[in-house]
Write a protein that binds this ligand. Structure first.
Ligand code: ATP
Length: 389
């Protein structure tokens, strides 16, 4: 197994647009790294460059200690699992899983004979490995619970079974690193949860380096030892999921991660008599001295306040765990069964055509009556509080 390092890697498909720009990324040996970002941000291109399916325009890629920047895909010792599984339709599951190994150790009957004749020592080792292929396929198929499917063709399998075969085909090769390109996106919601758990377990069992591309945040948060967030071909932040979620490096990361994303309120941090207050976007809020982001000589500074939806309460009589922040108009309440989203419009100078800021609060739905606690849709401004850190 091996670490994967990208050093100043760029990819330009044309002169005008860089799909990936000066990417520096180090994936540790045995790490599960998730590459996440919106559509078109360069995730797949990055993965394909690591696999060797795409030439880099600039920079260097190493796998283990080997510079593989210009090495062909088959010699990089990696296995890639694609979104569409990419199984050979005319081959049985057994043949699909053994194909890569048969190519590596075997070839056709004549080439095996020729090798044996040319170099007896090397040939006998390869022949031994060739003979072990069926047992290896059986063992991996058993691990993945697809042993009974080995003689079927891909068209005779469900989506989940095909996904397992694609995984199995990668595992039998025992590569230095696994690359996954949205491997669960064609599965239904229930199967995705199941496969997610299996992938995590597989990673633990194999102890392999895995790089996993997705735009699904739940997959990113649950699978990754670390997640790397990309936007417009540029790496925005890399770190453990909870760090990236709670300490986003910039506004993009803050609003990309989380469902819904972080609320971003523009305003000023004002200092008065040694106390700090955030004022802006219709909100007024005491900020503890140790939370403010730095002091300006004149005591006032323009800032953007980020608040997660779960840290906003829209309810009368909030406990002391919450800080009063003002009032807003509840515009829409959405219930997902277990949690509800309360969309709130904050006050502002609407008469002068200003776009009024909006925030979203997230609350547990009352199981007894299926409602989201707090004020119903109404004209009267509702009290808003932010969680005291
Ligand atoms: P998605 O989540 O939609 O799969 P992504 O983050 O994987 O997106 P990429 O497929 O890496 O994004 O594409 C990054 C950018 O490069 C996009 O703007 C895309 O249009 C462009 N691109 C990708 N492949 C090519 C190509 N072969 N030729 C020209 N442009 C390309």
């Amino acid at each position: 197994m091996a670490k994967v390092v990208l050093n100043q890697v760029s990819k330009r498909f044309s002169d005008s647009v860089a799909a990936v720009s000066e990417l520096n990324l180090e994936v540790a040996d045995r790490e599960f790294l998730v590459l996440v970002g919106p559509s078109g941000c360069g995730k797949t291109t990055t993965l394909r460059m690591i696999a060797g399916l795409e030439e880099v325009s600039d920079g260097q890629i190493t796998i283990g200690e080997r510079n593989v920047t210009h090495v062909s895909p088959k010699d990089r010792d990696i296995a890639m699992v694609f979104q569409n599984y990419a199984l050979y339709p005319h081959m049985t599951v057994r043949r699909n899983m053994s194909f890569g190994l048969r190519l590596r150790y075997g070839g056709n009957f004549v080439s095996r004979l020729w090798r044996r004749w040319q170099n007896a020592e090397n040939a006998s080792k390869r022949e031994e490995q060739f003979q072990q292929i069926p047992a290896k396929v059986d063992q991996v198929a058993g691990t993945l619970g697809i042993g009974r499917l080995l003689d079927r063709y891909p068209r005779e399998l469900s989506g989940g079974e095909r996904q397992r075969v694609a995984l199995g085909r990668a595992i039998v090769r025992e590569p230095a690193a696994f690359l996954f390109d949205e491997p669960l996106s064609n599965l239904d919601a229930k199967l995705r949860v199941e496969m997610r758990r299996e992938l995590k377990e597989l990673h633990r069992r194999l102890g392999a380096t895995m790089i996993y591309v997705t735009h699904d945040q739940v997959e990113a948060m649950t699978l990754g030892d670390r997640i790397a967030v990309m936007d417009k071909g540029v790496l925005q932040q890399v770190g453990p999921p909870s760090e990236v979620y709670h300490k986003p490096a910039n506004r993009f990361v803050a609003s990309f991660l989380g469902t819904p994303g972080m609320n971003l309120l523009e305003g000023e941090l004002v200092e008065e008599n040694g106390r700090f207050q955030f004022r802006g976007s219709g909100v007024q809020l005491e900020i503890k001295a140790n939370q403010h982001p730095g002091r300006e000589p004149n005591g006032t500074r323009k800032i953007v306040l980020g608040v997660r939806p779960e840290d906003i309460l829209c309810q009368e009589n909030a406990s002391s765990d919450w800080l009063a922040a003002g009032h807003g108009q509840v515009e829409l309440i959405e219930s997902l069964g277990d949690v509800g989203y309360v969309h709130i419009r904050l006050p502002g100078d609407e008469a002068n055509g200003a776009v009024l800021p909006r925030i979203t609060a997230k609350a547990a739905v009352n199981a007894a009556n299926g409602t989201v606690p707090g004020p119903a849709l109404q004209d009267r401004p509702a009290p808003i509080a932010f969680r005291a850190a």
